[in-house]
Design a protein around this ligand. Structure first.
Ligand code: SF4
Ligand code: SF4
Length: 173
């Protein structure tokens, strides 16, 4: 998973490679990342409206294409301070799953509402936007700018903004 090239290093000293720290060690450099697959199962999958025409415009494809590039290497999960330093596995899904959630939430034909889950179980506001996940992503996914920040904005707009709450109460939506 390490992206550092050996020719960038001072090879006068031995190069030491450690297993990733965020998940339990099985052996040598192999760690048990099965926690991630359990998180993945919790996320409500793609839910298109019944009987709707499946029209998909190029701009819709462009909008979510970036999120489809994820190869589930879990490098972002590994460097995330919420998971690695604060042991937040029971209150935070981690950047990989914000990428998946963003791809679903921004899909034009998806009708599921995941905002409460994003706020609570997924713990999106524990992220402090330090962009470590974006820095390490081998697929160059802009995890914070394009997934996490828009998800936070949606939760604030739809669930937490008091003026919008009053407006919705007045118009009944
Ligand atoms: S930006 Fe947020 S999700 Fe990404 S590594 Fe930092 S705390 Fe974790
Ligand atoms: S680092 Fe990038 S490719 Fe790897 S799991 Fe995270 S988002 Fe996906």
């Amino acid at each position: 998973m390490c992206k550092t090239r050996l020719d960038d290093l001072d090879l006068s000293n031995p190069v030491v490679v450690h297993p990733i720290k965020t998940f339990p060690l099985i052996k040598d450099l192999v760690t048990d990342v099965s926690w991630n697959f359990e998180v993945n199962k919790k996320i409500k999958g793609f839910t298109p409206a019944k009987d709707s025409d499946f029209v998909y415009h190029q701009e819709d494809a462009d909008r979510v294409q970036e999120f489809r590039k994820c190869i589930e290497c879990f490098l972002c999960q590994t460097v995330c301070q919420v998971l690695r330093n604060h042991d937040g596995h029971d209150k935070f899904y981690g950047p990989r799953f914000f990428v998946r959630l963003a791809g679903l939430e921004m899909h034009p034909l998806d009708t599921a509402n995941r905002l409460q889950e994003i706020d609570r179980e997924a713990g999106v506001f524990l992220c402090n936007i330090n962009k470590c996940c974006t820095t390490v992503c081998p697929e160059d996914i802009h995890v914070t700018d394009n997934a996490i920040i828009p998800l936070k904005e949606r939760v604030i707009d739809q669930m937490l903004d008091p003026i919008l709450k009053i407006f919705r109460a007045i118009v009944g939506k």
